[in-house]
Design a protein around this ligand. Sequence first.
Ligand SMILES: [Zn+2]
Ligand SMILES: [Zn+2]
Length: 258
Amino acid sequence: MKTGVTMLASGSNGNCIAVSAEGHTILIDCGISLRMLRNRMKETGIDEGSVRAILVTHRHEDHVKGLDKVTEHFAVPVFAPVEAADDLRRKFPSMMPATMLEVGATFTLSGFQVTSFPVEHDVQTVGYTLARESSKIGVATDMGRATIPAEFHLRDCNTLVLESNYDVNMLVCSTRRWALKQRICNGKGHLSNVQNTEMLPKLLTPNTRNLILAHVSHDCNKYEIALEQARNTLTCLQRQDLFLDCGRREGAIPTVWC
Ligand SMILES: [Zn+2]
Ligand SMILES: [Zn+2]
């Protein structure tokens, strides 16, 4: 049975990824409204009745904005690292408290072996792998730089979702304040197109089938630039066989399968 990954929303205005197999769907983050989520699930053919749980990467608004309404609607548990779980309790007092993750540990959720691992960001943040039978999905966004734990966990995924947030030249030339520019590229902000492609030789294996770029900045990057840099790297690595796409702010992209 194949596992599907659907980028329902990706970018600084909201992130949500669905991982589905055998009638079970796990959502990773929910930074969009319940209404938008339901619309995008319908468009991409994800059955609302299949949602089993929501995994949260960190407490930033673009990852948790719609979480209270979505949790209430689907009546499913939320799992989050401790800082995010504490913050959610304050932000959404009526929401059922999130289960705190033991970062680095693996647990089973509707047949998926879920593992969280730490990534570098300006608040406590995790990435996830979800493994099921022979398929492994890896997701990491909001990651300031490559680290050994991230490289270890993201290696050998069948579908890899990896941040490609900014183009260095566009960030430098943007109208953003200097302090904000620094925050993005200081190693605890976001992963650039170049940093993304530098990780690929270590992460891709013959088992890797799909590469999805994520959290692309609206003013310091372009989908075409991020895709072109990744495509060039795949060509250098003689991996033109990989399916390459990019999560979008404007709408969901079709589900990829592995
Ligand atoms: Zn974010
Ligand atoms: Zn963030």
